[in-house]
Design a protein around this ligand. Structure first.
Ligand code: HEM
Length: 174
């Protein structure tokens, strides 16, 4: 999927009018590949799943995979369709880029902090045999970090939705 996207972009015949949608397509391929293909697959392997089943490592994969496979896909379709509905050829993408990078950056860190919490959880619960609630006390810092990045993600999502519903022609804004 990553290679196919790269070849499509490299060998395209049409000029890129709205760069934002292409940025979304590249992010779709990368997040899908990392969150689903790599992160999901690793946990499928029995010697790894023996330790990681039902841990925050699954949560890390679930967030990255869902965002990569479905959320970005839907946003790509919206950014393709919305200008056509509103009869806009080229739109001002500044706010959309802010929304994009805020969402992508915070989702990356969400995946990271859930992953770290998961590794800690596997070590405490499954290797040291510490109980679920006691182990969770040691993971609180990472849950607070996840809440922090979750709020940032929400801001990015709100910015993106606002931009999508208020798309303006690039000609109008210059
Ligand atoms: C559309 C793509 C996918 C989505 C949206 C998705 C989403 C999820 C979600 C929400 C969970 C549960 C997380 C939790 O327990 O909190 C999960 C678990 C899991 N997924 Fe995926 N996933 C996707 C693709 C894949 C793929 C391609 C693989 C393997 C190659 C995979 C392997 C796993 C494994 C091993 C678990 C953990 C099972 C366990 O031990 O509890 N996933 N996934």
């Amino acid at each position: 999927m990553v290679i196919d996207t790269w070849l499509h972009i490299r060998e395209r015949k049409n000029p890129i009018v709205n760069r934002l949608i292409w940025i979304y397509i590249v992010a779709l391929a990368i997040f899908h590949f990392v969150g689903t293909g790599v992160w999901g697959f690793i946990q499928t392997l029995p010697p790894i799943n023996y330790y990681t089943h039902g841990s925050q490592i699954n949560v890390s994969h679930g967030h990255m995979a869902f965002f990569g496979a479905y959320a970005i896909l839907n946003l790509t379709i919206f950014y393709f369709a919305m200008p056509k509905f509103r009869n806009i050829r080229e739109y001002d993408a500044t706010l959309g880029l802010w929304g994009f990078w805020t969402m992508v950056g915070s989702m990356f860190f969400l995946g990271l902090v859930f992953g770290i919490a998961g590794i800690l959880q596997v070590y405490l619960e499954r290797m040291l045999d510490i109980g679920y609630s006691t182990a969770h006390q040691a993971m609180m810092f990472w849950f607070k970090a996840a809440l922090f990045f979750g709020v940032i993600f929400l801001a990015g999502a709100a910015t993106t939705v606002y931009h999508l519903f208020t798309l303006k022609s690039a000609a109008e804004t210059t």
